[in-house]
Design a protein around this ligand. Structure first.
Ligand SMILES: Nc1ncnc2c1ncn2[C@@H]1O[C@H](COP(=O)(O)OP(=O)(O)OP(=O)(O)O)[C@@H](O)[C@H]1O
Ligand SMILES: [Mg+2]
Length: 464
């Protein structure tokens, strides 16, 4: 394999002549070779030494080749194993492959054949390693580190995810648009034992009803006019992994019945086929609707609702967790700078106050887009209030008088009251910070901190 380091190969055979012949052949071709005369010895050598490939005889006295294969050839194994047998029959070969062997060789073999098989195994091994590496990299990408939030409700969400990730039970994720439902679904998959298998997502609201069934379950060639070939559905694609059914509330009633049956029986039937295929899929579903209410109103099947609603996670809207906003802003700034090659350092206190006070009907997605826009428009190092959209700038901060107007967030109301009192004290003292602090019965330092936090400019209260 080109520039790669020579593969390390372990040869295991009880016959001295085979060990000798194979090792000199492979050494001649530049491989690093070690040998072992029985399985016990082979295990020892194998554990000591970072092998890429093992060529192993099936029948040996003591521990047999198959048993050896079980110990080294599992799914997580580093080396590819090629089994050899003089009594080679196809059942033995199939059994070896089933237990994790990558290939099978019949004795007597030709040298060219051995070299070819080894070459193929090496290539497969390289692909497998690449695949593992990519998966690992993706996992790091989509770990919790990328779901930002330190507010109590988000901490509760993370705790729930930790608890439920390991199980196969269905999870229903609810939350307004842009709250991070898909991000969370990916995080659940990444924390689950299925992390190395597929995560397949489908938006049930975005695909026309007549195509959705074949999309989910696949179809046989000729099942309908456009079905020119057999097609695997997403359930099969997600086999052993996770299927994310986004916008499940949009699933047409007819398909709800079929989905329920699949979930109960763990079998799918491709459209136009009459045989069933077993599938092992974990379902995560997301909705912006109140599915219980939809079920009561007859728009969503109650039985399916109960089947999906085994475990639930509700992601609170951003306005219920304003303390996450500065963290999210920082997170998106770092991302934007990396993506756009910009160097925006931060957000001016006044601008941050506007961001924290805004209602965010589009939740985190709206914040993300707004930060990107501001970073692009920004000439300096700081995002100023002028760079924010009119909607954000015009959002009136909640005031004392709004207490009666249905504002229920304690955090926001307390902040609003604090700010209002500070403004009154400054108005009273003509912007004199020391006297204002005394009136407020807080330290000078605390006042300075709060002025900055609320983006209040004391000098603007000065009377001269
Ligand atoms: N807590 C968070 N930390 C970091 N990024 C987040 C967070 N929540 C959401 N995002 C980002 O916001 C955007 C929207 O998230 P996502 O697509 O998961 O939301 P959604 O709930 O599926 O929205 P919709 O209902 O509109 O499909 C994504 O770019 C996502 O990365
Ligand atoms: Mg989504």
């Amino acid at each position: 394999m080109g520039l790669m380091a020579a593969s390390r190969i372990l040869i295991v055979d009880d016959e001295e002549s085979v060990r000798h012949q194979l090792s000199s052949l492979l050494a001649l071709k530049g491989y690093e070779v070690e040998t072992a005369a029985d399985a016990e010895q082979a295990l020892e050598v194998y554990r000591g030494g970072d092998f890429d490939l093992v060529v192993c005889d099936v029948r040996m006295p003591g521990m047999g080749g198959m048993e050896f294969l079980e110990s080294v050839g599992g799914p997580g194994s580093e080396a590819a194993v090629i089994m050899m047998s003089a009594y080679g029959d196809i059942d033995m070969a199939r059994e070896a492959v089933r237990r994790g062997a990558s290939d099978y060789l019949n004795k007597p073999y030709k040298n060219d054949e051995v070299l070819l098989r080894i070459c193929i195994a090496e290539q497969r091994q390289a692909l497998r390693r690449e695949n593992l590496r990519l998966k690992r990299a993706m996992r790091e990408e989509s770990d919790f580190e990328n779901i930002v939030g330190r507010s109590a409700p988000m901490e509760a969400v993370f705790r729930t995810v930790e608890k439920i990730a390991d199980f196969k039970s269905t999870v229903l994720i609810s939350g307004e648009s842009g709250t991070g439902k898909e991000l969370l679904a990916r995080a659940i998959h990444q924390r689950s034992p299925r992390r190395d298998e597929a995560f397949v997502a489908i938006n049930c609201g975005a695909i026309p009803e007549n195509l959705l069934e074949s999309e989910l379950f696949g179809h046989a060639r000729g099942a309908f006019t456009d079905a020119v070939r057999n097609k695997q559905g997403l359930f099969e694609e997600a086999d052993r992994g996770t299927l994310f059914l986004d916008e499940i509330g949009e699933l047409p009633l007819g398909l709800q019945v079929k989905l329920l049956r699949v979930l109960q029986e763990e079998e799918i039937r491709r459209v136009g086929e009459n045989r069933s295929r077993a599938v092992d899929v974990r379902i995560l579903a997301a909705t912006i609707r109140d599915l219980a209410a939809e079920a009561r109103a007859g728009r969503f099947r109650e039985d399916l609702f109960y089947r999906l609603n085994v475990l639930t996670v509700r992601i609170p809207p951003l306005r219920e967790r304003p303390e996450d906003i500065p963290l999210l802003v920082e997170h998106f700034l770092v991302r934007c700078n990396a993506k756009l090659k910009t160097a925006v350092r931060g957000v001016e206190p006044g601008a941050m106050k506007l961001l924290v006070d805004y209602e965010w009907p589009g939740n985190v997605r709206e914040l993300e887009n707004l930060i990107e826009r501001a970073v692009i428009l920004c000439d300096g190092e700081q995002i100023t209030p002028e760079l924010l959209t009119d909607k954000v700038r015009q959002a009136p901060p909640p005031t004392l008088s709004q207490l009666a107007a249905g504002q229920l967030s304690i955090k926001k109301t307390v902040r609003a009251i604090e700010e209002e009192l500070i403004r009154r004290a400054l108005a009273e003292t003509g912007g004199n910070r020391t006297r204002a602090a005394r009136l407020l019965e807080i330290s000078h330092r605390t006042l300075l901190y709060k002025l900055k936090d609320y983006g209040v400019d004391a000098d603007s209260f000065s009377r001269d």
